[in-house]
Design a protein around this ligand. Structure first.
Ligand code: PGA
Length: 262
């Protein structure tokens, strides 16, 4: 059970247009009771075209979720056709931005340098980055998991001051577990999170690493959330498929809150 206030984030990926988003978030708002979110932070990460709609609804109806984005540019403005500025996201009240999701890395050529630059752009606008890292099935079977995680963490975080490191979120998302229905075991998730925390200590010291929230992501469901969250170094969950419908996402939020005693 973590000593850090957990964060449950719903990454909708390229699902739900703005009307569907409206229904989903309204449904979530009807289900979530004050006690469900008393011990857990929640963010939803809809597609860009939904953000304004979701933000307006969340504000008007006081729905206890933070607004998140799935990606942004590392630049604030300029000739970047198709990109979205972190400044625009901040202006919308976006609290969290996912940075370097494995789908951005593998499908859109986002390399470690771009992840590092984007992470800094998010920080520049006082939003919280959720930095995603994780190994492929092949890397795992070759025993390279720690080497891959170390490379990704060091590339993204080196040079950041301890107070910044302590405030950010890292998501451990083994690529073989994303969208496959095959989540990591709680023990494997814990081991990876412990290792990642030791890397944060290397960069910024124990004080920072004790505060950094490390999520697990990859085929999280209402059924496995409790086991995952029972581990002391798993500080939250990054949820794809199971965040698309309010009932399933609510189950995960409740399971997570039950695993944290503030
Ligand atoms: P999944 O996706 O929960 O559908 O496996 C997680 C993610 O990619 O963030």
């Amino acid at each position: 059970m973590t000593i850090r206030r957990p964060l449950v984030s719903g990454n909708w990926k390229m699902h739900h247009d703005h009307i569907e988003a409206l229904h989903t978030v309204r449904d979530l708002g009807l289900r979530l009771k004050a006690e469900d979110v008393a011990r857990v932070d929640v963010s939803v990460h809809p597609p860009f075209t939904d953000l304004r709609t979701v933000q307006t609804l969340v504000e008007q109806e006081h729905i206890p979720v933070a607004i998140g984005a799935q990606h942004c540019s590392d630049e604030d403005a300029g000739p970047r056709t198709g990109e979205v500025s972190p400044r625009f996201l901040a202006r919308l009240g976006t609290a969290y931005v996912i940075v370097g999701h494995s789908e951005r890395r593998t499908l859109f050529g986002m390399d470690d340098a771009k992840v590092a630059a984007t992470l800094r752009a998010v920080l520049r606008h006082e939003m919280t980055p959720i930095v995603c890292i994780g190994e492929t099935e092949e890397q795992r079977s070759r025993g390279l998991t720690e080497a891959v995680l170390e490379e990704q963490v060091m590339a993204a975080l080196s040079g950041l001051p301890p107070e910044v490191l302590g405030a950010l979120v890292i998501a451990y998302e083994p690529i073989w577990a994303i969208g496959t229905g095959q989540a990591a075991t709680a023990v494997d998730a814990e081991d990876a999170c412990v290792f990642i925390r030791s890397l944060v200590t290397k960069v910024g010291g124990d004080g920072a690493a004790e505060r950094t929230r490390i999520q697990y992501g990859g085929s999280v469901t209402g059924e496995n959330a409790t086991d995952l969250m029972a581990e002391p170094n798993v500080d939250g969950l990054l949820v794809g498929g199971a965040s698309l419908e309010a009932p399933a996402f609510t189950d995960i939020i409740r399971a997570t809150g039950a695993c944290y005693r503030s």
